[in-house]
Ligand binder design. Structure first.
Ligand SMILES: *Cc1c(COP(=O)(O)O)cnc(C)c1O
Length: 463
């Protein structure tokens, strides 16, 4: 790859007076309108001046440096980087949907409302909840919304002392962050050695200041929480509500429902489970559902005439309609099968701290052979040389060398075998030539960056 090309900014390609596009001269009207002085800029805007082909090449070359699900295997644990079928894009791009205006009168877009309400019903059917709002725009946004629902539920009963929320130590970082933003105090419950919520520890935390408990299932270790019915009973008995972080809904799709397990409020990551491309922070949608009896709190958070991040809602609709009721049941089992296949074929070389059947993802604690000095970071970097996206690394925080692998249901046996071969090759390289792995990547436009230097002295503007 051309290193120079990679680093070039569009401003460096600018040549004074060069122009890519110009409007035809106005031959009909010679009147000009003067902008008020207060609205005029004092200096000329420093915009790049380039011809169209230069602009096209510039951005095409940048986009080729990107890596997505459409380029190759993307086992980024916790993120569910599943294939996003092209038909979803076609449906979402229809002008009737793509050109909707938030203030459009309802009678001009009944179809859009109907689709919106169909997605709410399908999500309710899949999760066992009573109804959903599609307003929140991400998982974290859904968490905050759900916690606000829990808070207003307690407030509506005059129960104002419930200001604390229980969150497992294995939780995704957004859980405690959302609780804090919602003004709730976080109480951490420990995990047992086999990766489950520690029920005995939980019992010691429960009292009448507890607003509720947030749980992810399967949890961030990819393990199905075994004690949910008991946990839900304990939390309910003390007057709290159960919140389900549904970002890991994928392996449960069509197999079991959080609503049947005692959860009261939940969110879903449409961009993960229901296939919207979601690299680089967007777009997303985090619908929030409530069980029967809590619907009144849902309407408070559903924003008036707006339909949420509508393009993502349409993609979820297209995804579910093309799979259909029968095939949607295959998603969870296939995601689970793929993850277990990769885990079983690598666990002789990679440290598997909790050796159980996993769900859609699993966590290694680095290489089994610790004598090589090769870390999870080194392995992640070396994978780039072989054309793979790296797994999620150093999360969850329960192990020192966490490496979280989520293959998703879409990958073929051949793709999984090829990835397994590369992981085994890297383990061998770590023995034979550790320097090769420790200095990776070698084939990317930018080699190993100095993390510490980048954190301490970040250069965030062009100089
Ligand atoms: C991705 C994820 C979230 C947050 O979702 P965003 O859409 O990124 O805000 C929360 N919890 C878990 C378990 C996740 O995997």
């Amino acid at each position: 790859m051309n290193n120079k090309l990679y680093g070039t900014l569009i401003f460096e390609l600018s040549r004074e007076g060069r122009c890519g596009y110009s409007l035809p001269r106005n031959e009909y009207s010679h009147s000009t309108v003067e902008l008020p002085k207060t609205l005029r800029r004092e200096k000329v805007a420093e915009l790049p001046e380039c011809d169209e082909l230069t602009v096209v090449r510039h951005y095409t070359n940048h986009s080729n440096n990107n890596f997505g699900v459409n380029n190759g295997f993307y086992p980024l644990g916790s993120c569910t980087m599943k294939y996003n079928p092209v038909i979803n894009e076609e449906v979402a791009a229809r002008p009737e949907f793509a050109n909707l205006h938030p203030q459009q009168p309802r009678e001009t877009c009944e179809g859009a409302y109907r689709l919106h309400s169909e997605v709410r019903s399908m999500l309710s059917a899949l999760t066992g909840m009573s109804d959903f709002t599609l307003s929140p725009c991400a998982g974290a946004h859904g968490e905050l919304t759900g916690l606000m629902i829990i808070r207003s539920y307690h407030e509506s009963r005059g129960d104002l002392k419930r200001t604390r929320v229980i969150i497992p130590d294995s939780a995704h970082g957004t859980n405690p962050a959302s609780a804090a933003v919602c003004g709730l105090e976080v109480v951490e419950v420990k995990s047992t050695a086999d990766g489950m919520v520690d029920v005995e520890h939980l019992k010691t935390l429960l009292d009448d200041t507890i607003a509720g408990m947030m749980m992810t299932n399967p949890n961030t270790l990819g393990l199905f929480e075994r004690n949910i019915p008991e946990i839900a009973r304990l939390v309910h008995e003390c007057g709290g509500l159960m919140y389900y972080d549904g970002a890991n809904l994928n392996p449960m799709l069509g197999v079991c429902r959080p609503g049947d397990m005692g959860f009261d409020v939940m969110h879903i990551n449409l961009h993960k489970t229901f296939s919207t491309p979601h690299g680089g922070g967007g777009p997303g949608s985090g619908p929030v559902g409530v069980r029967k009896g809590l619907e009144e709190f849902l309407s408070k958070v559903t924003v008036g005439p707006y339909l949420g991040n509508y393009g993502v809602v349409v993609r979820a609709w297209a995804y579910l309609k093309t799979l259909g009721r029968e095939n949607v049941r295959m998603v969870g089992p296939l995601a689970t099968l793929n993850a277990n296949y990769v885990k079983e074929r690598l666990k002789d070389l990679y440290e598997l701290p909790i050796d159980r059947i996993c769900m859609h993802e699993f966590v290694f604690d680095g290489l089994k052979d610790k004598s090589t000095g090769v870390t999870t970071m080194d392995i992640a970097k070396r994978l780039l040389d072989y054309g793979y996206h790296a797994p999620t690394i150093y999360f969850p925080l329960l192990f020192h060398e966490s490496m979280m692998i989520e293959p998703t249901e879409n990958e073929s046996r051949e793709t999984l075998d090829a990835f397994i071969d590369v992981m085994r090759t890297i383990a061998q390289e770590a023995k034979d030539n550790p320097e090769l792995v420790k200095t990776a990547p070698h084939t990317t436009p930018i080699g190993r960056v100095d993390d510490v230097e980048a954190a301490k002295h970040p250069v965030v503007k062009y100089e």
